[in-house]
Design a protein around this ligand. Structure first.
Ligand SMILES: [Fe+2]
Length: 253
């Protein structure tokens, strides 16, 4: 293999189109004939998830590719709860909790970032930019989505989590009225459990497992949610990780 930007062999690459990793159920979403088609357009539904929309063999293959090619490009995000949130309080029961989180990520912001280079090489970037990814997100959203969307990769290891946050972006003119996230979660068999908890009608009552081999989740943001610490099966700590491929979509103008 010559040069760091050389493409990996086909067997070591993501398919070009997101549609190519869908199961029969996933293709029904794309065709608009699945019960989840248009689910986020329902006024009271801000979140939906399913663990049978991705072809099982494709999911296992892609997870192995991420393990092999992106692990070295991961950068740590470690944002603990500031101690001032306790010790600078002057009123009883006046807690304010900023977003605390611990997770690893691959940065795509600049094409020169090491992670972006690896992601291009294995075709991950191409798949996350594919029109069928946007079409799939639009099918879940039940409305047209803008061209040009954000992409991100996260990797949760044992003890990694995201504290309560709402992903509201009031400073972004096009996002402040709401937007759509679609996540593809690929969890190793060594993961015992990890949960997404979200608020409905003002309370954290909704709990969804994200520990299945392949979970697709769709968010009509903003709303409050958090992700519990990933827990490994006994003796499986080093293999316990969950990759998340994210797309962030604005509504079409
Ligand atoms: Fe979030």
């Amino acid at each position: 293999m010559s040069g760091r930007d050389a493409r990996a062999p086909r067997s070591d690459r993501f398919p070009r189109e997101f549609a190519d990793i869908l199961s029969r159920q996933g293709r029904r979403v794309l065709a608009g004939t699945h019960p989840l088609a248009g689910v986020l357009a329902e006024p009271r539904t801000r979140f939906a998830a399913a663990d049978d929309l991705i072809d099982a063999r494709a999911a296992a293959r892609l997870r192995a590719l991420l393990d092999r090619h992106l692990t070295d490009a991961l950068e740590r995000i470690d944002r603990p709860i500031p101690p001032e949130t306790i010790w600078d309080m002057t009123e009883d029961y006046a807690e304010r909790l900023p977003k605390a989180t611990r997770v690893s990520t691959v940065y795509f912001d600049s094409a020169r970032e090491a992670g972006a280079r690896f992601a291009r090489r294995i075709g991950l970037d191409t798949m996350l930019r594919s029109q069928s990814f946007r079409a799939f997100a639009a099918a879940l959203a039940g409305r047209d989505l803008a061209d040009g969307w954000g992409r991100q990769v996260l990797c949760y290891g044992p003890g990694d989590y995201a504290g309560p946050h709402n992903d509201h972006h009031p400073k972004n003119r096009r996002a402040r009225a709401g937007y759509i996230d679609v996540h593809l979660s690929l969890a190793a068999p060594a993961v015992a459990h990890q949960w997404l908890v979200y608020a409905r009608a003002g309370h954290f009552t909704e709990t969804v497992s994200v520990a299945a081999p392949a979970t697709v989740s769709a968010y009509r943001l903003p709303f409050w949610h958090y992700v519990t610490p990933l827990v490994a099966k006994p003796g499986r700590v080093s293999a316990a990780r969950r990759w998340v491929l994210l797309g962030t979509f604005l509504y079409a103008a």
